[in-house]
Write a protein that binds this ligand. Structure first.
Ligand SMILES: [Zn+2]
Length: 109
């Protein structure tokens, strides 16, 4: 249980600014860096879909691009959240006491 170092209140709210920001940035960065993966995903999907004919190439290409894009965004988001969480834990004053208003850092976990 997190306690205020001044008044020992346990009415502490945690703030996760870096975690939220990191997740958002990570999602965008992941999707952006996934752009190359989207292309290769589309190619791979098209190659696999080619077995089923011209329509298969289209469907396979779209599916491959969508999957690669989602994977890139998801991986980026997870990375961003992890980085942001580390920042929250180690750098920022990530806790605020609701009794006296003190903000302080807790290296939780
Ligand atoms: Zn306090």
């Amino acid at each position: 249980m997190t306690q205020c170092p001044v008044c020992n209140s346990t009415r502490i709210e945690t703030r996760h600014y870096a975690k939220k920001v990191g997740g958002a940035i990570g999602t965008v960065a992941g999707a952006a860096s996934g752009a190359g993966a989207v292309l290769s995903g589309a190619e791979a999907g098209a190659a696999v879909g080619a077995v089923a004919g011209p329509a298969g190439v289209l469907v396979g290409g779209i599916a491959g691009a969508v999957i690669a894009g989602l994977l890139g965004a998801a991986a980026g988001c997870a990375t961003g959240v992890a980085v942001g969480d580390a920042i929250d834990s180690n750098v920022l004053d990530n806790c605020r006491c609701r009794s006296c208003g003190l903000t302080f850092s807790v290296g939780h976990r």
